[in-house]
Design a protein around this ligand. Structure first.
Ligand code: NAD
Length: 441
């Protein structure tokens, strides 16, 4: 494939050269920095901020020895990348995945900085990961490795400093173990607020109503805000989904409640299709019981090509990064690509889709519902309050709608794509805060 010739790649190349950093066009961190710089260039953001944004503040790597059930010891590699904290404490999920790499974590941390800035949350951006297949270990092993990771991160995380949350391969149980470990280390005077070390906890242990479904709910609010302007009615559309975990399954169920037809789903176990509609709730139960969409009774198994080529109004990737590349894009037949996952679309695929007239709604807008309700959970923990779901949903709707409007306004102002507009709306806010704060000393 020829080298990338877009202005975003050229901007990224110049900055990576200046920082004497290694890069290649297909590297996900390089691509994401390029997209952010394209927005910065559109706004004439000072060069000094572009340098800051291109490098995470801290990249922490830990190695966790853990005794397995059979008495053997295994060593697990963990990362915590703290990208930027000019707006507030670092905030971002922890991912458990056997193939996770540092550049992926750096990308996700950068996107968290942008996401929190776009939603005007008082948080910076971070991301963590542990190289483990959570499906291949026992519950006790998962608990030991989680506690060991939390201890290894030590003072690098804290309710006023860096607050993890669930991501791919982690859930509320893992957050409960992290919080419990941290509380055991916390000084007596800080134990009350120490549970705010993580968000996405179980409801009974300081979690928030509405957090489990928050990312899907936020995505639906974004569609409510943007689809009417495109002449699309949510109750009359069809969709397909990649991923049927937290984000995918909640998005499917909430969209179904609004009248949307779910035609096709693909996950790590295969792809399924039913032109007449897949029942989102029944599929969620099947995935819960069996671990994946494979063998779901009320749909036909299809290959990857058929899955991508199925005509739908909304195509929603909600699994891992870069799952929509140029080859996939050439087969896709949708009106809107709605990014539920982080960084699911390669720049080449996005350019192709935009030229074809497909609208692309960027992840930092569409999936910000998770971190927004995490912010509500953190606030409730600090104030020893418990909000009901109606209050959470109402406040979530306000923030998601305002963010969507912010992106629309910026897209008009810059005459740009929604992605460039979303990064621009985020980076303009970060620039203003740097301007006021200056850099220490
Ligand atoms: P999850 O672990 O609950 O689900 C992940 C899904 O991806 C599963 O259905 C799995 O089968 C699927 N998957 C994995 N490998 C795949 C492959 N090779 N092909 C097809 N499908 C595959 O994770 P999640 O929390 O739903 O996160 C999904 C995405 O949303 C990630 O990009 C995550 O960073 C992002 N996100 C999550 C949240 C949250 O609140 N959980 C918030 C914002 C963004």
């Amino acid at each position: 494939m020829p080298p990338c010739d877009t202005s975003s790649c050229q901007s990224a190349r110049e900055i990576f050269h200046e920082l004497e950093e290694y890069y290649d066009d297909h590297n996900i961190y390089f691509q994401t920095v390029g997209s952010v710089l394209e927005a910065a260039d559109a706004l004439d953001i000072p060069h000094r901020l572009k340098l800051i944004i291109t490098q995470p503040k801290n990249e922490i790597m830990v190695h966790c020895p853990v005794e397995m059930d059979d008495g053997t010891w295994q060593l697990f590699k963990g990362y915590r990348v703290q990208h930027n904290n000019v707006l507030g404490p670092y905030k971002g999920g922890i991912r458990y995945h056997p193939e996770v790499k540092l550049d992926e974590v750096k990308t996700l941390a950068l996107l968290m900085t942008m996401k929190c800035a776009l939603a005007r949350l008082p948080f910076g951006g971070a991301k963590g990961a542990l190289r483990i297949d959570p499906r291949s270990v026992s519950k006790q092993e998962l608990m030991r490795v989680t506690r060991r990771l939390t201890a290894a991160l030590g003072d690098n995380i804290g309710p006023d400093y860096d607050i993890p949350a669930p991501d791919v391969g982690t859930n509320s149980q893992i957050m409960a173990w992290m919080a419990d470990t941290y509380i055991n280390f916390a000084e007596t005077s800080r134990k009350v607020t120490a549970r705010g070390i993580v968000t996405g906890k179980p409801l009974a242990f300081g979690g928030s109503a509405g957090r489990e479904k928050a990312t899907g709910q936020g995505l639906v609010y974004v569609l409510d805000a943007l689809l009417p302007g495109m002449g699309i009615e949510l109750s009359k559309v069809s969709c397909s989904l990649i991923g049927y975990g937290n984000v995918g399954s909640w998005t499917a169920r909430l969209l179904q409640a609004r009248g949307t037809t779910l035609k096709a789903v693909m996950d790590h176990t295969g792809a399924i299709l039913n032109e007449n509609g897949i029942d989102a709730e029944a599929l969620a139960q099947h995935v819960q019981a069996t671990g994946g969409v494979h063998n779901f009774a009320d749909a036909t198994a299809v290959n990857t090509e058929t899955f991508y080529a199925t005509p739908v109004d909304l195509f929603i990737p909600a699994a891992l990064e870069q799952m929509v590349d140029l080859e996939h894009a050439k087969h896709m037949q949708c009106k809107v690509l709605v990014e539920g996952a982080n960084a699911p679309t390669t720049p080449r695929a996005e350019r192709y889709l935009l030229e074809k007239g497909v609208e692309v709604l960027p992840a930092i807008l569409c999936n910000a519902g998770g971190v927004t309700v995490s912010y509500f959970e953190w606030k409730q923990n600090r104030q020893s309050e418990t909000w009901d779901e109606a209050k959470v949903d109402a406040q979530l709707k306000t923030i998601m709608t305002r963010s969507a409007e912010r992106v629309l306004e910026m897209a008009e102002r810059l005459d740009s794509s929604m992605r460039t507009a979303s990064y621009a709306a985020a980076i303009e806010h970060i620039d203003q805060v740097y301007e006021m704060r200056g850099v220490f000393p």
